[in-house]
Design a binder for this molecule. Structure first.
Ligand SMILES: NC(=O)c1ccc[n+]([C@@H]2O[C@H](COP(=O)([O-])OP(=O)(O)OC[C@H]3O[C@@H](n4cnc5c(N)ncnc54)[C@H](OP(=O)(O)O)[C@@H]3O)[C@@H](O)[C@H]2O)c1
Length: 283
């Protein structure tokens, strides 16, 4: 099968390596930077330098593809503003919409969105039937991008939106990321839930979506949401560091989004998580 991964970064590269081992996929991948092209040559037959918001560049990347995986993100781990989000996600989906009439061969599109589209649920469980009510401008862009992509569904074209939890894994190890918080005092009480997914399960779920022709929205998180305070405690304990302190709830402070994301639908599709529970060390 001819497949294109648009945005071959942390997740895209893991996916490309996985498909490389299986050999049944004729793969094109994209990066936005000329200097990454050489790095990606071992993982795909074609490597292109593409901004997906540019329709002619996107057309080149998708030319002949039967399946496309969109897993682009602006700025890696850096925080960027909502305009940069819009330029990456929304404008790429608009470019895709424009091109589809000339791409009848493209039968499956998979897009990695985020559980960030869900609003606050005061710690309750949310699933794919819970209305998405974005809490900020970034999440609103992600939801708008999902909606643009949903419009690309057709009789001969399946569309799958994967809403990912926070990604960790090799190179994004939790202890390394959070150990600087040891011994500090954080605002609030840390009693809000966070939801995680290992990089290899993101790649696994994307591969399953393409292989199985998934045509729906699916949450991709592991089996166990964590309270932030418990997670930071575990991290500090296992690294032998002083615990994080909490200042207690502050009147008038804007609470963070607090919800437990259900992965029941992912399980019902037959996907077996490689890492059902969080690994503190994943290097
Ligand atoms: N990180 C998380 O915790 C998290 C949580 C929820 C959802 N997600 C979603 O998961 C997906 C994968 O994330 P990741 O961590 O693999 O991201 P990443 O490592 O930052 O990789 C992003 C890739 O997208 C490329 N890119 C950036 N702007 C682009 C554009 N305008 N057009 C085409 N490609 C573009 C980047 O190009 P370069 O190669 O030039 O850098 C890179 O290859 C993203 O869709 C992200 O929104 C991530």
């Amino acid at each position: 099968m001819r497949v294109t991964i648009v945005g071959c970064g942390y997740v895209g590269e893991a996916l490309a390596r996985r498909w490389g081992e299986q050999a049944a996929v004729d793969l094109t991948v994209t990066t936005t930077r000329e200097e990454r092209r050489v790095e990606l040559i071992p993982v795909a037959r074609r490597v292109l330098v593409v901004r997906a918001s540019d329709p002619s560049a996107l057309f080149q990347a998708l030319d002949g593809a039967e399946a496309a995986v969109f897993c682009m993100a602006p700025g890696g781990d850096r925080q960027v503003d909502a305009d940069a989000y819009a330029a990456t996600y929304r404008d790429s989906m608009r470019a895709l919409q424009e091109l589809l009439p000339d791409m009848p061969q493209l039968r499956q599109i998979v897009y990695t969105s985020s559980c960030g589209v869900y609003g606050d649920a005061a710690g309750a469980w949310v699933d794919e039937s819970t209305p998405a009510i974005p809490r900020d401008a970034h999440a609103a862009v992600l939801l708008e991008s999902e909606q643009l992509l949903e419009q690309c569904r057709a009789d001969q074209r399946r569309v799958c939106v994967l809403r990912l939890g926070a990604i960790y894994g090799p190179g994004r190890d939790l202890i390394r990321r959070f150990k600087t918080l040891a011994g500090t005092t954080r605002t609030g009480d840390g009693r809000i839930y966070c939801n995680w997914i290992h990089r290899d399960d993101v790649a696994g779920a994307i591969a399953a979506a393409v292989a199985g022709g998934w045509d729906q929205t699916v949450n991709v998180v592991d089996d166990q949401p964590w309270l932030v305070a418990d997670l930071l405690n575990q991290i500090c304990n296992s690294a032998d560091l002083p615990p994080v302190q909490w200042s207690g709830s502050e009147p008038g402070a804007k609470p963070m989004v607090d919800r437990r994301i259900s992965n029941r639908h992912l399980h019902s599709l037959g996907y077996e998580l490689l890492h059902p529970r969080l690994l503190l060390r994943s290097e």
